[in-house]
Write a new protein. Structure first.
Length: 78
C-alpha cells in the first residue's frame, strides 16, 4: 500500500516570500500599467490628429469648391 506523502513544514523564522520577487512583480505590473496608459494616450492623440487633418481637408475642399464656382460664374456669366 502507498505511503502518504510527507509534508515539509518551513521554519517559522524564514520569510515565505522572496523580497526580490516582490520587487520584480511590482516593476512588472507598474510597466504594464504605464504601457496601458501610454497606449490610451497615443490612441487619443491619433484620434485628435485624424479629426484635425479631416477638418483641414474639408475646409480646403470647400475653399476650392467656392473658388472654382466663383470662377465658373465669372467666365460664363451665370
Amino acid at each position: 500500500m502507498a505511503q502518504p506523502a510527507r509534508r515539509v513544514v518551513a521554519p517559522a523564522d524564514e520569510p515565505p516570500v522572496d523580497p526580490e520577487a516582490v520587487d520584480r512583480a511590482y516593476h512588472y505590473h507598474r510597466a504594464r500599467r504605464n504601457a496601458r496608459l501610454r497606449r490610451k494616450r497615443e490612441k487619443a492623440h491619433a484620434r485628435l490628429r485624424f479629426f484635425v487633418t479631416f477638418a483641414v481637408l474639408v475646409g480646403l475642399a470647400l475653399f476650392l469648391l467656392l473658388t472654382i464656382w466663383h470662377q465658373v460664374q465669372k467666365v460664363f456669366g451665370l
